[in-house]
Write a protein that binds this ligand. Structure first.
Ligand SMILES: NC(=O)c1ccc[n+]([C@@H]2O[C@H](COP(=O)([O-])OP(=O)(O)OC[C@H]3O[C@@H](n4cnc5c(N)ncnc54)[C@H](OP(=O)(O)O)[C@@H]3O)[C@@H](O)[C@H]2O)c1
Length: 231
């Protein structure tokens, strides 16, 4: 499968490495340009491209950049991307550490619905609740007891099916959370976030989630600070 990846950091790097190892053809982009991705390309065989090329390179395109930066991606980035290409959002809202205030999210829009609005295209939310290192290292064959499960939310069943299949290839069970309006169940303030549960554990955690955004996951007038000194 051809996979475009926009973002080559913790998650983008882990996915580039794992998908390349699995035999997929990966096209990866960052903000500074393809020439800055020579080392990752040499290591993995992935093709470094521009953001615009990555948006059109794949049967699947994964957007994995800091949430606030989604708003400054080129306008109409996916205008020429065929409608059957699944667009995946791995993003999380870290208002105090990185993103600053995003009013619509503070007002109750799910993080991925906000991303969808910025991109002008439906997205599937996945890979947002697992540490990049675990994504890279902890995949296991199907049927392994305790195999980590990853929640997936989205409105398009075909796009979600593609993502669930890739998740299985990466060594994880996929759990369908429902539509994107249910994706708050896997956001940073919820029981499934960064917990590495198996499929039953993920289902229990999703069921226990509360939609209320806790104060520590809301912006303040001083946001953003840094990871060392959230504000
Ligand atoms: N880290 C984790 O364990 C983890 C786990 C799950 C989900 N997430 C979420 O996934 C997203 C990505 O996280 P990350 O930790 O992988 O980020 P990261 O390590 O900070 O990497 C960000 C990447 O995005 C690129 N980028 C930034 N702005 C861009 C733009 N406008 N156009 C193209 N590329 C751009 C950067 O390129 P340059 O270096 O060239 O600027 C860099 O390659 C975030 O929303 C994060 O909250 C992270």
């Amino acid at each position: 499968m051809k996979i475009g990846i926009i973002g080559a950091g913790n998650i983008g790097g882990a996915l580039t490495r794992r998908f390349s190892t699995l035999g997929h053809k990966v096209f990866v982009a960052n903000s500074r340009g393809p020439e800055t991705l020579a080392d990752l390309a040499a290591e993995t065989g992935a093709t470094p491209v521009t953001v615009e090329q990555a948006a059109q390179a794949g049967d699947v395109v994964i957007v994995t950049i800091p949430l606030k930066n989604v708003a400054s991606l080129p306008a109409g980035l996916f205008a020429k991307t065929p409608k059957n290409v699944a667009i995946v959002d791995t993003g999380n809202y870290y208002p105090r550490q990185r993103d600053g205030r995003i009013k619509e999210i503070e007002d109750g829009l799910t993080e991925s619905q906000w991303v969808e609005k910025q991109l002008g295209r439906p997205v599937v939310k996945a890979f947002n609740n697992i540490y990049a290192e675990h994504l890279y290292e902890l995949g296991r064959p199907p049927g392994t007891p305790g195999r980590i499960a990853l929640p997936v939310a989205g409105n398009d069943p075909a796009a979600k099916a593609v993502v669930l299949r890739l998740i299985d290839e990466l060594g994880f069970d996929g759990v369908d959370v429902g539509g994107l309006d249910e994706s708050w169940r896997q956001q940073p303030h919820t029981p499934v976030y960064a917990t590495d549960f198996d499929a039953n554990g993920v289902r229990r955690a999703l069921a226990k989630a509360s939609k209320e955004r806790k104060p520590e996951w809301r912006a303040t007038p001083r946001s953003p600070g840094t990871y060392e000194a959230p504000a």
